[in-house]
Ligand binder design. Structure first.
Ligand code: FES
Length: 124
């Protein structure tokens, strides 16, 4: 039963899992029920993490070229503007000007080899 005004989860298809480099990253610009959203995925084997593409330091996008969000050694997410480094698993900044802040995570669903973004909307 759908209750008017109650949040409803919707799934937005992003890509096939095989289309993500492993290990590696990829950026997306999508339209969600709440509006346009820039995000990126980081894959490490079966693990895929999603974050909004916005650095907590200034709000700038993190990638220095399209789809490049990782440090050269692949150990961290790296901001292109002032070099902040973030843990891949939870988005915590561990080095740089916003140490202790976090990237904003997004919910994902992986099913039958496809990656979906989970978004919430209200069904008014
Ligand atoms: S904008 Fe990302 S570290 Fe400054």
């Amino acid at each position: 039963m759908i209750v008017p005004g109650k949040p409803v989860t919707a799934r937005l298809a992003l890509c096939a899992l095989r289309d993500l480099p492993d290990p590696g990253s990829r950026g997306f610009s999508v339209d969600t029920p709440a509006g346009p959203l820039d995000l990126f995925l980081v894959r490490q084997g079966a693990q895929v993490h999603a974050y909004i593409n916005r650095c907590p330091h200034t709000g700038a996008p993190l990638d220095w070229v399209p789809d490049r969000f990782l440090s050269l050694d692949g150990e961290h997410i790296q901001c292109a503007t002032h070099d902040a480094r973030f843990r891949i698993g939870d988005g915590l900044c561990v080095a740089g000007p916003c140490r202790g802040d976090r990237l904003q995570p997004l919910e994902l669903w992986v099913e039958a080899g496809r990656v979906y973004l989970e978004t919430e909307t209200t069904d008014d």
